[in-house]
Design a protein around this ligand. Structure first.
Ligand code: 3HC
Length: 688
């Protein structure tokens, strides 16, 4: 039974019971509707509705969104609750999100547990509330707060919900509190649908539209929510519900909602593969080698997850720098209210920063985040091997170096795994778990267990230059540099990708991280680079000129006075000059053409990664591109986006580009197979 009912005296108890989070599917809808009729038949004084387990209800079951709606529909269930002569009280024991919050709002009274949350996060799934949320919330909390909650999608904690007037009471035991409510008092509360709507304040609506345009201009649902809310203020309640429902159904079937649902479920499915049944090592004490930006970020992420950290440096100066780097993150987190003073103290107490490797002798896992040089890694792994327990897992955070070679430095290479974090490591959710040739199952399982502890999104990757993410990035850069050389400017290229939905263009991002980093990487690749592949030297010229990005006040852009970026004509001239040296007749690329080249380059590379078995699935590539590389989430990730174009169209376009440069644009065999067999990339399999 997804909804259970019982009676005590003249009070009905209704429990939503659909583990793990009480998502509202057809059975729950039917169960609730039956409960309304049961309570009426029994002539009960009240009904108390709550959720079994940890949630009140996590909203409509998004797994049903791809199917045709089946009766009873959620708005009808809400109306039945709201209009029933038996008053319902919501005892909000845990999260009440989306449809869950809408059930609560259809009740006469809401009592919330202190740890619970209530909100309408539908826009994060590309839809708007579809069961009365846009009509009921403004009536309960006012227009401004409702606009904020519905367009932002952020839930309220109990105290904030009480302050907003959304709930009547906060109580440790909301069911008992609901039982104690005076029947007369309850009878005096008007059903929500009879509330007068707030005034349609033009300034408040305009401010919400402005906010959404500034922050989420690419996304349809938040703007649509404002339109629907505004409309709902000027028409009778049930008219407002009809408009809301129509918009919800339309958005639910749209591309953005499909993409956001895909990422929502992909994120939740990101866990250790079924075949991996080894137990991870226990995780309590972890050693981190290198206290630079990356190492400090990793150390902070570990501390934040409750682990003890020994941060290892090479000398006393390094120790001081590392301490300061972690402290900077602690202070920033405190300032932003992400942790309180007690938690900060607790973090500090669990951190040891030292140049004595011996102090890490109890660590069951070490994560090396030292300088990207094989010599340095060899030295670090030898030291770790000497002091850590014999079964401790030794991980490298290398971005580009060969994990097989690193593993060969230790006696038992099955202990070695790649754990590729993304900067800032305490914030970015992606963790590539790199499975080297000799990596053992315990090491892999430990990588996945760590990701779970850190609440990161784990993706299994094979060994190649750049693993999944950086290999796609390298091809993205190459395609962008070629467009730059052959006819464009950095700002035109950046604008094309920002218009596509990236928060920042490639060149601006490079300015932020420093051009010297990619320069060092290019020098590392000099020995192995295919001489038949075009090499674009513009970035090298900038480095020679001392233009290393933001830190030097100029890179691809200029940053006068340390402020915002401005286009730099010198850089445009450099591209002209290099093109002239190379005898290239430049072309004038449209924004669409720039975008097409960059996206097709990435898709082709990603298809190769899948074909080679470096990536396990198209879904994993979507996770990598969204959670590590700023690919717009509302497009569902690189491969999900590619499937909206279709393999046939992609191959046709790549074949056009292939005529210009058959080496660089060689069509991936996997894409050809998908095109020939009409298979979406989501279902593509690597070559046998
Ligand atoms: N529909 C279907 N499945 C859902 C779901 C939903 N709304 N919410 C969560 N689940 C599933 C997850 O896929 C996961 O399944 P799995 O175990 O098979 O992987 C399981 O429930 C547990 O979820 P989490 O791993 O995310 O558990 P957490 O404890 O970390 O988080 C949560 C719980 C905060 C409820 C989080 O899952 C969440 O934010 N869910 C989505 C909430 C939401 O967006 N609701 C609005 C839905 S749209 C709607 O209601 C429309 C209405 O207005 C008509």
């Amino acid at each position: 039974m997804s909804v259970t009912t019982r009676r005590e005296e003249n009070v009905g108890f209704v429990e939503i019971d659909n583990p793990p989070v009480n998502a509202i599917n057809q059975a729950v809808r039917q169960g609730l509707l039956d409960a309304v009729r049961w309570a009426e038949k029994e002539m009960l004084d009240r009904v108390i509705v709550t959720g079994a387990g940890r949630a009140f209800a996590a909203g409509a079951d998004a797994k049903e969104f791809d199917k045709a709606p089946v009766e009873p529909h959620l708005p009808d269930v809400m109306n039945a609750i709201d209009e029933s002569f038996v008053p319902w009280v919501a005892a909000i024991n845990g999260v009440a999100l989306g449809g869950g919050a809408e059930i609560a709002m259809a009740c006469r009274m809401r009592i919330m547990a202190p740890g619970a949350q209530i909100g309408l996060p539908e826009v994060t799934l590309g839809v708007i509330p579809g069961a009365g949320g846009t009509a009921r919330l403004p009536r309960l909390v006012g227009l401004e707060k409702a606009l904020d909650m519905i367009t932002g999608g952020k839930p309220l904690r109990a105290e904030a919900a009480l302050a907003a007037g959304l709930v009547h009471m906060v109580d440790e035991n909301p069911v008992d509190a609901a039982f104690m409510v005076n029947t007369e008092e309850l009878g005096c509360i008007v059903p929500t649908w009879e509330f007068n709507p707030p005034e349609a304040d033009a300034d408040v609506l305009a401010a919400a539209r402005e906010r959404v345009a500034a922050k989420m201009s690419d996304q349809i649902a938040p703007q649509r929510a404002i339109d629907v809310i505004e409309h709902g203020l000027s028409v009778p309640f049930h008219e407002a519900l009809k408009t809301e429902r129509a918009a919800f159904i339309e958005l639910k079937g749209g591309e953005q909602a499909r993409a956001l649902r895909h990422i929502f479920f992909a994120e939740r499915a990101a866990k250790a593969p079924d075949w991996l049944d080894a137990a991870p090592v226990p995780l309590e004490q972890v050693a981190v080698v290198g206290g630079g930006t990356m190492g400090a970020g990793i150390a902070y992420a570990l501390l934040n997850a409750g682990l003890s950290v020994t941060l290892l440096e090479t000398d006393a100066d390094g120790v001081e720098r590392a301490k300061a780097n972690v402290e900077k993150i602690v202070e920033a987190s405190l300032k932003r209210g992400m942790i309180d003073a007690a938690r900060a103290e607790d973090h500090r107490a669990r951190l040891t920063v030292t140049d004595d490797y011996g102090q890490a002798n109890k660590a069951t896992l070490a994560i090396e985040a030292a300088f990207e040089s094989m010599e340095v890694k060899r030295d670090v792994f030898a030291k770790l091997e000497a002091v850590l327990p014999a079964d401790a897992i030794l991980a490298s955070n290398t971005s580009y170096l060969d994990v097989n070679e690193i593993a060969s430095c230790v006696a038992d290479p099955s202990r070695v795994v790649g754990l590729h974090f993304f900067a800032p490591a305490h914030i970015m959710k992606l963790l590539e778990i790199v499975n080297a040739d000799a990596t053992g199952d315990v090491a892999l399982a430990t990588g996945f267990a760590l990701a779970k502890k850190l609440r990161k999104v784990p993706v299994l990757a094979g060994v190649c230059d750049g693993f999944i993410g950086n290999r796609i990035l390298a091809r993205y850069r190459e395609a962008a540099d070629t467009v730059l050389m052959d006819g464009s400017t950095p700002w035109e290229i950046d604008d094309a990708m920002v218009d596509f939905g990236y928060a920042m263009g490639l060149y601006e991002t490079q300015d932020l991280s420093g051009l010297d980093i990619s320069h060092a990487n290019r020098r590392r690749q000099d020995a192995t680079r295919d001489p038949n592949r075009r090499y674009i030297p513009i970035a090298d010229r900038l480095v020679e000129m001392g233009k290393l990005g933001r830190k030097t006040g100029a890179g691809w852009y200029r940053y006068p006075g340390g402020g915002g970026k401005v286009a730099d004509p010198i850089v445009a001239d450099l591209a002209l000059e290099e093109a002239h040296f190379a005898g290239i007749t430049r072309v004038d690329y449209s924004e669409g053409e720039i975008r097409s080249r960059l996206l097709h380059a990435m898709i082709n590379e990603a298809a190769d990664l899948l074909d080679e078995g470096i990536a396990q699935s198209a879904r994993d590539i979507d996770l990598v591109t969204v959670f590590g590389y700023g690919f717009p989430r509302w497009r569902g990730g690189l491969m999900h986006y590619a499937d909206t174009l279709g393999a046939k169209a992609i191959v046709a376009q790549l074949e056009e580009y292939e005529k210009e440069d058959p080496l660089v644009w060689k069509v991936s065999p996997l894409l050809r197979r998908c095109a020939e067999t009409d298979t979406p990339l989501a279902d593509a399999k690597p070559s046998a």
